[in-house]
Design a binder for this molecule. Structure first.
Ligand SMILES: [Zn+2]
Length: 444
């Protein structure tokens, strides 16, 4: 498509005046010995920046709890840059958690896409005998879509378009690498003050299963965003489950309330059929017996999709058309993330993104030079063949230790946690508290 975007008014830059997450002190230190580094955390100081605001003087603190792990906001002592520090706990409890964490770690190091969060660094592991936890550093984002939706900040059609465009752009990349995210929800879509969006939290992500006879877990996706095939106990599913979640989020952005907010999985399914109508028998083929019986036993419901126009003034014909292509009961008929990007509703989001937000296009005095490929795919599929050769926790520990060490080699000064820092105790407490709460069915 041809762009004539130079000089176009932009909404980027004023969505979150006064971010709630300021610059922080640091609780990791560039020295690897316990007593060797600076005992007191140094305040954020960047020669290029102005005097830190009171918010910037706050100590390090936790900013989020993902499916597996705790995230802290810290400052990288090597360059004064604010980053996010994620602790992956309980790595070596058993072989399944070992495989899961290694998978997430490898994914974070594999990703190279502006709308997908990736690892900037991994903290230096101790000697293998003391190696219990993994710390990953990623880019720090100021907020997430859940916080934006429930905030009083204005959310215009322009915002919604540029957010939805980036969600689908990131999702297309993930799916092209053969990765299912399996927990797409507003809280896992990080945003910063100029509306840049990144998909995060790959604690539940896995590689697509090409063999339909292989069972996959039902213990995925936060209930409000869970696709009907998963709710109905389908044993095999694909990337369409992520697109369903994006459809729910699109409606939530428009209406600023959760689209299907049910108390239980059964009620969740009921709310979905209230909107979409009773599905045809063909869409129930893979459902478990109980779910099929529940749907067939109930009254026949006609679709009531016209209520989507009442979500907000932004629910135009174009918006509802795209929404209805994502919220399709039968996953085989649901639009793909890649095809959704071709929908005309997203043209303006694409234009805005590549005019003022992206890293792939650039400006010259005569105008903007656009990239050839607005929505790039992954260079290669994500490989998980190593998982089959992982047979014991100790072997996993050695592999992960080697992976981290090799990943760092020849790069920057390695980082490790500074146990002398003021924030250290709180850090350990917060992560230990969360670790004890994490007990999830492990699965494939
Ligand atoms: Zn671009």
């Amino acid at each position: 498509m041809a762009f004539h975007g130079a000089g176009r008014q932009t909404v980027c830059g004023d969505l979150f005046p006064g971010s709630e997450l300021g610059h922080k002190y640091f609780c990791v230190n560039s020295s690897c010995s316990a007593g060797g580094g600076a005992a007191v955390p140094q305040p954020y100081s960047n020669p290029a920046s102005e005097v830190p605001s009171p918010a910037e003087m706050e100590p390090d603190r936790p900013i989020g709890y993902g499916a597996f792990g705790v995230v802290w906001s810290v400052t990288d002592p090597r360059d004064g840059r604010k980053v996010a520090l994620k602790k992956m706990p309980n790595v070596f409890q058993n072989l399944v958690s070992c495989k899961r964490v290694f998978r997430e770690l490898r994914m974070l190091c594999f990703f190279k896409h502006d709308n997908v969060l990736s690892a900037l660094d991994i903290l230096q592991p101790p000697q293998i005998d003391c190696f219990e936890e993994i710390y990953v550093i990623t880019e720090l984002m100021q907020s997430d879509l859940h916080k934006v939706i429930v905030s009083p900040q204005p959310l215009t059609t322009d915002h919604i378009k540029v957010f939805l465009y980036q969600i689908l752009r990131g999702l297309k990349y993930l799916h092209s690498a053969g990765i299912l995210h399996r927990d797409i929800k507003p809280g896992n879509l990080l945003v910063n003050s100029n509306c840049l969006l990144k998909i995060c939290d790959f604690g539940l992500a896995r590689v697509e299963e090409p063999d339909p006879s292989r069972h996959m877990t039902q213990e995925v996706v936060t209930q409000y965003y869970r696709a009907p095939e998963v709710l109905m106990g389908c044993r095999h599913y694909g990337s369409a489950i992520d697109v369903w979640s994006v459809g729910c989020i699109f409606a939530e952005l428009l209406g600023r309330r959760i689209l299907f907010q049910a108390q239980s999985p059964i009620q969740q399914l009921d709310l979905i059929t209230d909107l979409l109508g009773t599905p045809p028998l063909s869409a129930l083929a893979s459902a478990c017996e109980g779910a099929r019986a529940h749907i067939l036993r109930g009254p026949h419901k006609p679709p009531s999709l016209s209520v989507l126009y009442m979500l907000s003034d932004g629910a135009t014909h174009e918006a509802v058309h795209l929404l209805c292509r994502m919220l399709v009961f039968d996953p085989a008929k649901r639009i793909s993330g890649s095809d959704a990007l071709s929908h005309p509703y997203l043209d303006e989001g694409r234009l805005r993104y590549h005019t003022c937000m992206c890293q792939c296009c650039y400006s010259v005095p005569s105008g903007r030079v656009y990239t050839r490929d607005f929505e790039p795919v992954a260079e290669r599929p994500f490989s998980h063949s190593y998982e089959n050769s992982l047979l014991s926790v100790w072997q996993g520990k050695e592999l992960i230790h080697r992976f981290i060490t090799e990943h760092q080699q020849g790069k920057r000064v390695p980082l490790c946690i500074n146990p002398q820092s003021a924030a250290f105790k709180t850090f350990i407490r917060s992560t230990a508290w969360h670790s004890s709460k994490v007990s999830r069915k492990e699965e494939r």
